[in-house]
Design a protein around this ligand. Structure first.
Ligand SMILES: *Cc1c(COP(=O)(O)O)cnc(C)c1O
Ligand SMILES: [Zn+2]
Length: 377
């Protein structure tokens, strides 16, 4: 039913992947050891959803996908406001408006199959919306712990799917602590702790490579908070390389906001784990993770594949957000972090893909600009 082995990151013990349990008895989090070697002709599924890549996923055919049509997003050539050309991977066009649907669909499909009826999760917004939607689709009960400061539209979206929302005062980490207390009694479907989530986000790499005619782009850029996007990309491209489906590892560029940059600093300072930072207010609420749980692993993987972690300032984020919207691409500010980063770097040799991660509709209430004119009679 499940392929691969679940290994405890702390004690090295092995858990039964067909038995429910989100962590080891020793308290350690779990890694999934799974190295598929798919061939191109294995991907016979109808295109349009990520379930086309089932032969590369750690779930067997008997698992019924919990799907809302996630995956299969367009790759569109655009010219950045500064003139650089790039390919935009439109992953804001997912059922709940962010790339997190990829992870939620795969994670919840397995949990549904295991017979889990109720989960808790913590999130600054988009992961919560994704888990809430897929739980609704699977008729599972769901409670999402969020920082009280999360954008109102995201909170409204989570409750619209029927999930219970628990607002926790304080930084993002306070919600993470609160969910752990709840997780004593209810299954913790945490997007950072459940390794099946990254198995879903890795399909971005497969999809990009297929869209480019089975070759890797030269550069792939995306925002980085807790790492489920960047780890998914690295996992996917690593598998494609091992399977001989691509020849080179793309250059992966991960961008943080300067206001909350524990991984960019650790990367630049050569540290093995995230650096302690005091976050300041940022437009990029979706990546405001001051103490990313997977910090050590992110830095290891980033260094292993020669990726880079950079950071951009708030002005650059705001400008990219507005200027890309004026070109027709409405994203949320968190997604604009990577657009801002690419703009600062300028045109790269070879193809550059920017993964656009969240929809502008999630922030519209805050983005009404000076070009709005009120007419009174
Ligand atoms: C979650 C999220 C990210 C970053 O993903 P991490 O897994 O936290 O690194 C980027 N953009 C948007 C819109 C997100 O919701
Ligand atoms: Zn253990």
């Amino acid at each position: 039913m499940v392929k691969g082995r679940l290994i405890c990151r702390r004690c090295g013990g092995e858990l039964d992947p067909a038995a429910p349990g989100w962590r080891c008895e020793c308290g350690g989090h779990l890694d999934l050891a799974f190295s598929p070697r798919p061939r191109r002709e294995d991907f016979k599924g109808v295109s349009g959803t990520l379930w086309r890549y089932l032969p590369a996923l750690p779930l067997s055919d008997e698992v019924e996908p919990v799907t809302l049509g996630e995956g299969g997003t367009p790759l569109v050539a655009m010219t950045a406001p500064g003139g650089a050309r790039c390919l935009v991977k439109m992953d804001h066009l997912q059922p709940t408006g962010s790339f997190k649907d990829r992870g939620a669909s795969v994670m919840i499909s397995r949990l549904k199959h295991l017979g889990i009826r109720e989960v808790v999760e913590d999130s600054s917004g988009n992961a919560g919306a994704a888990v809430a939607a897929y739980c609704a689709r699977a008729a599972m009960k769901c409670t999402i712990y969020v920082p009280a400061s999360a954008p109102r539209a995201k909170l409204a979206q989570i409750s619209a799917y029927g999930a219970q929302v628990v607002k926790v005062e304080g930084p993002r980490e306070a919600a993470a602590e609160a969910v752990l207390r709840a997780a004593d009694n209810v299954y913790y479907a945490g997007h950072c702790v459940d390794p099946f989530f990254i198995q879903g986000t890795k399909t971005l790499a497969y999809e990009l490579v297929e869209q480019l005619g089975w070759r890797a782009p030269r550069t792939v850029a995306g925002p980085l908070g807790n790492g489920t996007l960047i780890l998914g990309l690295i996992q996917g491209f690593t598998e494609l390389l091992q399977a001989g489906l691509i020849r080179d590892m793309p250059r992966i560029l991960a961008f943080q906001s300067h206001a909350c940059n524990p991984l960019a600093r650790a990367y630049q300072e050569g540290k093995p784990n995230s650096v302690k930072v005091e976050p300041t207010a940022s437009l990029a609420d979706g990546i405001a993770a001051a103490a990313p749980l997977l910090g050590r692993r992110i830095l290891e993987e980033v260094r292993r594949v020669g990726a880079k972690i950079l950071d951009v300032g708030e002005d650059a984020i705001r400008n990219a957000w507005r200027r890309w919207a004026a070109l027709g691409l409405s994203v949320e500010p968190t997604a604009a972090v990577a657009l801002a980063g690419m703009e600062e770097i300028g045109e790269e040799p070879g193809e550059t893909v920017v993964v656009v991660t969240g929809h502008g509709l999630k922030h519209l209430d805050q983005s009404v600009s000076s070009s709005t004119v009120d007419v009174r009679r």
